[in-house]
Structures are given as structure tokens and as C-alpha cells.
Ligand binder design. Structure first.
Ligand code: GDP
Ligand code: MN
Length: 396
């Protein structure tokens, strides 16, 4: 689950990471009130108005702007709220902005060159360790830095059993070229950031930029956070941060009915029971010359109602040219699943894409008969290879 910048900053702050402070507003009038309060609390004269959407590169798309007085706060907030923000990370239509973060200006006027660093904490799946990636070249496109000047990106691997060690935090501060107060501040910043990442069960904390002010404070100016969905049960307060407006509507619907659905770009919809079989099925589709349109694990109970719900979800994707159902009947009997498919098909009225059903396991032969005798435009297969060939045929 991804978070908005302001939510990520709330988590950071709760772990003692210094952040650029701000308040959320959903209207221009609220933004002015937020700016006034922020001035009382922080003494800031200028404010930065930042669009809150789940996409990076907002600055480049005109979603981050400096306001030098309350009139500008009102005007800029009014422009940004409700706009469709297009950034290098959104689609061409962009993302609708529902709220802005009114933040204190932390790039003090008169600062000749504020130092902006890049820092992220994430899991290195290859080594089974956490890692902190960081660079002196923050603020801009880190992808570009990685491509053109990869030697400017450092990594520090952290064993989850020991956590971040003191010398590692010092090495990071040293590699960033810091000394004195800024060096100490950075070691504290890194330690608190790692703690936030680890204790919130996150898969990513990306801070770009990390700012060094002219008075040697180190702070998070931006925050991109991904939480591990499977750990949300033990973070009820974070789970409440979900913003469904930012998520794929079909995936949200699937989650609500307890289906494991991930939207993909291809043309063959698939309905499978079990994640492993779903992965194998996606490979099979690729081998047959197709591209999976989704990952869908219907789980153990593939009854008529569930099958129908799953069909409905898959058919919401206009790119779907065929559907492959691949179900192993171990606990659930294949004939029951087949009956479920037939019933679902009849209930749904018009389904305009060919359906290939492969049922294997208990009562697979009875299931095949049921489908073959149903009179519907559903093709049955028992062997994996047979199913692949049929997918190939219908795509041709
Ligand atoms: P992103 O473009 O989505 O990554 O949004 P960021 O939160 O990183 O903001 C984009 C850019 O806005 C930063 O790289 C800064 O250069 C600038 N910015 C952010 N906060 C301030 C601020 O307080 N004052 C000024 N002058 N610029 C800021
Ligand atoms: Mn940023």
C-alpha cells in the first residue's frame, strides 16, 4: 500500500526523523488557514504548496509551488486542487489532485546552494538484507543519476538481525561529505529513518530530497512510502491511511470481495486457484504468445458465486481477448467448479470473449463432460499443453 507524502512524513516524524512540517488542505480557504497556523507554529514566512497524489515528479509537473504570501497561497492552492496533475510518473491523463500539503519553506531565502541528497531504505531480495541507497545527487531524477553517473550512488547493506550499526550511519554521513554538526545530524537522521522503515513493516522509504539547511539541519522534504499489505493487520492506524481514490478501482473491488487480483497489461485474463499455479499459468500464456491481463488467485473455494465475481472483474478490462481458467481440484471438486463456471456464464448473459477451461484433479473427467455438454462457447482442456494450444488458437 502506498502513502501520500504527508502520511509518510507523519510516520517519519513519529520515529524522530526531522521533517519539513506542513498541514493538509482540501480547499483554497483551508490552505490559507493552514498557512496561518503554520506561520504561528514554525515562524515560516513563505509556504510551499504540494499536490498530494500517489506519483513522483510532482515538481516537474507543476504540482509543487512556492507561495510568498497568503494571496499566493490561496491562488496556488486553488489552481492545484482539482487539477489533473501530469508528471513523468503518471499516465497522459494525469492524476486528479484532491488535497495539497501546505508546507513551511525550508530553503531559506539567501541560502546560496541548499544541499539536496537522495536516500531510500528498501529490501534487497537477492541478499535477504535491507539496504540504504543514498547519493549526494538528490532533488532531481535519481533514475538519471543511476544511468549516467552510477558511481555517485552508494549502498549500505543492513543485516535485519543486528539492525543499523553506528559505524554504518557514520560511513553514510562521511560519504555524503559531511562534517561537524551536519555529520552528527545525519547519523541521527539515518538511524531514525531506518527505525521507521523497519518498525512500520515497510517495503520502501524514499526521501528525495533529504535537505541540509544552511544552519546544518538535516530533514526530509519529501517522502515516498510503501507499506507491506501483509503486515497491515498489526498497524491499524496505518491501514486507515489507505486512499482508495489513488488505487486501481478493479483491484480495490477485488480486495473487498477477498480475491487476490493484480491488474496487468496483457490480453489474456486468467482465473486460477493458488498463487504458484497462477504464476505457472502466466508463464504458459506467455509461451502461447499471449500476455497475461491480470494475476487472479480465487483461493480454495471456487464456487459459482466466486467464479462469477472473478469473471466480472476480469471482463472489466477492455484489453481481455480470451480468458483462461486453470483450476486444480484438490479440496474443491472439479465438477463443482465446472458447474460454477456454467452457472456464472449463464447468469452473466453476454460474454464476448472465448473461455478456455482447464480443470485437473478430483472428478476432472466429469467436469470436462459438463462443460462440453453445456452448449456454451467454453472450451475444455485437461492437459496444460492443450490449454496453451487453445489459447494460441483463439488469439490467432
Ligand atoms: P516531487 O517532485 O514529487 O519529488 O516533490 P518534492 O517534494 O521532492 O518537491 C520537488 C522540489 O520542490 C524539491 O526538489 C525542491 O527543489 C522543491 N521544494 C520542496 N520544498 C521546498 C521548499 O520548502 N522551498 C523551496 N524553495 N523549494 C522546495
Ligand atoms: Mn521528491
Amino acid at each position: 500500500m502506498n502513502l501520500h507524502e504527508y502520511q509518510g512524513k507523519e510516520i517519519l516524524s513519529s520515529f524522530g526523523v526531522r521533517i519539513q512540517r506542513g498541514k493538509v488542505a482540501t480547499t483554497a480557504a483551508e490552505a490559507v488557514e493552514a498557512a496561518k497556523k503554520l506561520t504561528e507554529e514554525t515562524g515560516t514566512g513563505w509556504h510551499v504548496i504540494k499536490a498530494q497524489v500517489h506519483a513522483g515528479g510532482r515538481g516537474k509537473g507543476g504540482g509543487v509551488k512556492l507561495a510568498k504570501n497568503l494571496q499566493e497561497v490561496e491562488q496556488i492552492a486553488g489552481e492545484i486542487i482539482g487539477m489533473n496533475l501530469v508528471t513523468p510518473q503518471t499516465s497522459a491523463e494525469g492524476k486528479k489532485v484532491h488535497q495539497v500539503l501546505v508546507a513551511e519553506d525550508v530553503y531559506y531565502p539567501g541560502d546560496s546552494e541548499p544541499e539536496e541528497y537522495y536516500m531510500s531504505v528498501l529490501l534487497n531480495r537477492a541478499t535477504g538484507k535491507n539496504m540504504i541507497m543514498y547519493s549526494t545527487e538528490g532533488g532531481m531524477d535519481i533514475e538519471e543519476v543511476a544511468e549516467k553517473t552510477p558511481h555517485l550512488i552508494f549502498t549500505e547493506e543492513i543485516d535485519p538481525a543486528t539492525g543499523l550499526l553506528g559505524f554504518q550511519a557514520r560511513r553514510i554521513a562521511f560519504n555524503l561529505g559531511l562534517s561537524g554538526t551536519a555529520f552528527k545530524e545525519m547519523t541521527k537522521f539515518v538511524a531514525a529513518l531506518y527505525k521507521a522503515y523497519s518498525e512500520s513493516d515497510s517495503s520502501l522509504f524514499e526521501i528525495n530530497p533529504v535537505l541540509k539547511t544552511s544552519d546544518d539541519k538535516i530533514m526530509a522534504v519529501d517522502a515516498k512510502v510503501s507499506l507491506d499489505d501483509n503486515a497491515l493487520y498489526r498497524h491499524k492506524d496505518y491501514a486507515a491511511m489507505r486512499d482508495k481514490r489513488e488505487e486501481n478501482p478493479v483491484e480495490v473491488e477485488a480486495k473487498e470481495v477477498g480475491l487476490n487480483y493484480v491488474d496487468l497489461d496483457g490480453n489474456v485474463g486468467c482465473m486460477v486457484n493458488g498463487a504458484g499455479l497462477a504464476m505457472a499459468t502466466m508463464d504458459l500464456i506467455k509461451q502461447a504468445g499471449g500476455e497475461p491481463a491480470n494475476f487472479l488467485d480465487v483461493g480454495g473455494t471456487a464456487d459459482a458465486e466466486r467464479v462469477e465475481t472473478a469473471f466480472n472483474l476480469i471482463l472489466k478490462d477492455p484489453n481481455v481477448k480470451a480468458i483462461l481458467v486453470n483450476i486444480f481440484g484438490g479440496i474443491v471438486r472439479c465438477d463443482r467448479v465446472a458447474q460454477g463456471i456454467v452457472d456464472a456464464y449463464k447468469n452473466m448473459g453476454t460474454i464476448n470473449v472465448p473461455i478456455i477451461v482447464r480443470l485437473q484433479g478430483t472428478n476432472a473427467d466429469i467436469a470436462k463432460e459438463l462443460i462440453d455438454n453445456s452448449g456454451l462457447d467454453v472450451q475444455s482442456a485437461i492437459q496444460f499443453k492443450e490449454a496453451a494450444d487453445k489459447v494460441q488458437q483463439v488469439l490467432a
